[in-house]
Design a protein around this ligand. Structure first.
Ligand code: ATP
Length: 751
């Protein structure tokens, strides 16, 4: 039996890779996440978690799980000790399974029973094993060394080594819905957040009902005092009624306070949901060159504040009070009969202009927003491009356009303010006029003997209460155009095509070899315009290094962005490892394809943040190794702040060449199997370029590389040369042959 346990233990070690790292290496791509400092069991545990998730129907590659795990481990240890990543614990595995959309947790069990499986069991040695099921006295364990991946282990062999802890995951209802529910129209990004808070709104409505019923008490009190207390001089009744009315008022206030608390909470939740969704959509947008302007997106996001202010407690309270107008009207009808029509007419007159003016308000708002968006863009350029504006003597032009825009925006917003004040004042005036009319009609009814003085007083009070929410509604309507325009702007962001489109399934690829095939590839920035890239057929075998040459504007950068999957072809296909690049899961694509752009951008934060944008790398040594590779190591080792060097707002803090080096360091950390490089050494000095090129000799080994360049040293790394002319492939051949041909053509053309 002991042999059996040992055999099992070895299997377990192999399955979880804890002891000897016996996992087949090719299972995970050679990615930046798999560093020498990757916590010892992380890699194997990622494999196990991926296998477990797969059993539950969620196809998540181990590489994704590994990334999440390292994040979870890093955050947990950083939070406690600030130390580098520790070992992956069961809690981290459970957390990662939850991120993958399942419900998962660590449980302590005292008995092994069939209902618990499949689950990950922790052994006394700390190893995790995936238990697939249990039948009688036998457990089925996931074992990659068996042909059918299942090992049978008797319970009595397993039990002594079992720690009593399991990680159990279940498919969440949301996941089941996503997997099996028939496809329905997607929910509106904004209104669906309201729907999620519907319970809070039901509670608000109930609170409003009681608050409004209590609000009647003052009217009833006045009526009773005038009609009963005064004629009979009944002091005790007066005090009883007064006490009742005050109690009712206090209760009404308490209810309204509770109601506004509830609305605030719901409002906050809605805001957080919507803001996070908008950010997700913004970050996940597909590149749409020439079709969407960044300044439009900026101003749309900024306008969210007007949406937030609109949907505060006061607006929701106003809307919640509207249905109760009918209760008040019914009450007035029961006291004053036909007099209720005066109120009804007043109510209609109060809000109709607000509705009629919506079109005009919308027009004014759109032009105000247009002008202020353009002004914001100008401001951005004036600040960030200050040096160019100054050296190119552009200040006068900027000032003129700024004045034009601010004048336009001031005129338009004053127009909008005037209209909205007029609407509010109109509503207030009609409310007062309705009160006067109700008293006049009531007085005639008193003359006729149909009415008491108390009833007139009560109706006066009820008139104010009935119409008060409508005055607020008029104000709300005046602001609605603004909010509607902001929502329309945000629709652009929320509805923008996403890189990772929800509701479609992608092909998951653990590793990408890097073989490209282009078929009938066309790309146009402007759908009506000419083709920027037009390549009938091209094949780049995996591991080949290709240089792309061509004059300025010939389409090199565009082709590279297409190969990197940043742009989508307008027509034709790009296959990577035989799969349409659009079919590959964006995470897998981004992991395997490294892209170094012509203009490396830095973000505000430290240099460490800028190097480690994935937040996965916690090993300082590795960060320095990356910097050494890119030629920045000596500079930063000598720098007093080192990796904590502050990169200022707008990415300033390093020279253009140093920025390009950071791009190289990022690429080294990513360690992709395909590299797409756009003028990757253009900003480097010749010494660094030569050093880097010699390092690349070995680093590029086994990687597919497509390099657009005007520089000779980097050409030495490539085996094949493509020359683009107006987006078309003019030449394609072995480097030396192409270069010789070019030199010959040049010398032939020379006088
Ligand atoms: N974002 C964009 N929107 C519209 N047109 C663009 C955009 N980017 C590039 N173009 C156009 O596409 C054509 C090809 O540009 P691309 O940047 O691919 O050329 P390139 O060969 O990389 O040039 P360079 O050597 O100067 O970097 C150019 O005519 C350019 O005007």
């Amino acid at each position: 039996m002991a042999d059996r346990v040992i055999a099992f233990d070895i299997n377990a070690a192999r399955v979880s890779g804890a002891a000897d790292g016996a996992l087949p290496k090719q299972k995970l791509p050679p990615s930046g996440t798999d560093t020498p400092r990757t916590p010892p069991r992380a890699r194997a545990r990622a494999e196990l978690a991926a296998a477990y998730a797969g059993l539950l129907g969620a196809q998540v590659p181990a590489a994704d799980i590994l990334e999440q795990m390292l994040l979870a481990v890093g955050e947990a240890t950083a939070a406690v000790t600030g130390a580098p990543a520790a070992d992956v614990q069961p809690d981290h595995v459970a957390a990662v399974l939850r991120v993958a959309g399942m419900t998962a947790g660590v449980e302590e069990i005292d008995r092994l029973s069939p209902g618990q499986w499949p689950a990950l069991a922790q052994m006394t040695s700390g190893q995790l094993v995936l238990v697939l099921g249990q039948e009688g006295g036998t457990l089925f364990i996931y074992d990659t060394t068996c042909a059918d991946r299942r090992a049978e282990v008797p319970l009595e062999d397993f039990a002594p080594f079992f720690s009593g802890r399991i990680i159990r995951a279940r498919t969440s209802l949301r996941q089941l819905e996503a997997r099996h529910a028939p496809e329905t129209a997607p929910e509106h990004w904004f209104w669906s957040a309201f729907r999620a808070q519907r319970m809070a709104f039901v509670e608000v409505a109930v609170g409003s009902l009681f608050a409004n019923i209590l609000a009647v008490s003052v009217a009833m009190f006045s009526m009773q005092v005038y009609d009963r207390v005064i004629p009979h001089k009944s002091e005790s009744t007066l005090w009883v009624l007064a006490l009742g009315a005050i109690l009712a008022l206090a209760l009404e206030m308490a209810l309204k306070l509770a109601r506004s608390g509830l609305m605030d909470l719901a409002g906050r939740k809605i805001e957080l949901t919507v803001q996070s969704l908008l950010m997700d959509r913004l970050l996940g947008m597909k590149a749409a060159p020439g079709r969407r302007s960044p300044s439009q997106l900026f101003s749309a996001m900024r306008e969210f504040s007007s949406v937030r202010e609109f949907f505060t407690a006061s607006t929701i309270g106003t809307i919640a009070d509207i249905p109760f107008i009918f209760i008040f009207l019914a009450l007035v009808a029961s006291i004053g009969g036909n007099l209720v029509w005066v109120l009804a007419l007043g109510a209609v007159l109060m809000v109709v202009p607000g509705f009629l003016m919506q079109g005009k308000m919308m027009k004014i708002t759109k032009s105000t927003q247009g002008a202020s968006a353009r002004a914001a863009k100008l401001l951005h350029e004036a600040i960030y491009e200050h040096e160019t504006v100054a050296t190119q003597r552009g200040a006068d032009r900027f000032k003129r356009v700024w004045e034009e825009l601010t004048t336009l925006s001031a005129v338009k917003s004053s127009e909008s303010r005037k209209l909205s004040s007029a609407l509010t004042y109109w509503a207030q005036m009609v409310q007062q006029a309705t009160y006067v009319s109700a008293v006049v009609v009531g007085t005639y009814m008193v003359f006729e003997g149909e009415f008491t003085v108390g009833a007139i007083i009560a109706i006066g009070i009820l008139t104010s209460r009935t119409l008060a929410p409508l005055t607020q509604l008029a104000g709300t309507l005046a602001r609605w155009a603004n909010v509607k325009a902001a929502l329309d702007g945000l629709d652009q962001i929320a509805g923008a095509d996403q890189v990772h489109a929800g509701g479609r399934s992608y092909l998951r690829a653990e590793a990408i070899e890097g073989e490209y095939e282009l078929r009938g590839l066309d790309f146009k920035y402007d759908p009506e315009g000419a083709r920027t890239v037009d390549i009938a057929a091209l094949r780049i075998p995996s591991g080949q290094r290709v240089a792309v040459l061509g004059a300025n504007g010939s389409g090199k950068s565009t082709l590279l962005k297409l190969l990197a999957g940043i742009y989508e072809p307008s027509a034709g296909r790009i296959l990577l490892d035989g799969v349409d690049i659009g079919q590959l899961h964006p995470r897998d694509l981004r992991r395997a394809v490294g892209y170094l752009s012509q203009d490396v951008r830095l973000f505000s934060g430290t240099l460490r943040d800028n190097l480690n944008l994935t937040q996965l790398e916690r090993d300082e040594e590795r960060l320095y190794k990356a910097l050494d590779f890119a030629g920045l190591g000596p500079f930063l080792r000598a720098h007093p702040r080192g990796l904590d060097l502050e990169i200022r707002d707008g990415g300033e803090g390093l020279s253009v060449g140093q920025r390009q080096s950071i791009g190289w360091a990022r690429l080294w950390l990513q360690d992709p199997s395909v590299v797409i490089l756009d003028e990757p050494t253009a900003a480097l000095d010749t010494t660094l370029e030569t050093t880097l090129v010699s390092r690349l000799e070995t680093w590029l080994d086994g990687r597919t590389a497509v390099i657009a360049t005007h520089r000779v040293p980097i050409l030495a790394l490539t085996a094949r040369t493509l020359i683009l002319q107006n987006g078309r492939m003019a030449v394609d051949g072995p480097r030396d042959a192409v270069l010789a041909h070019l030199n010959k053509a040049k010398s032939g053309a020379a006088p």
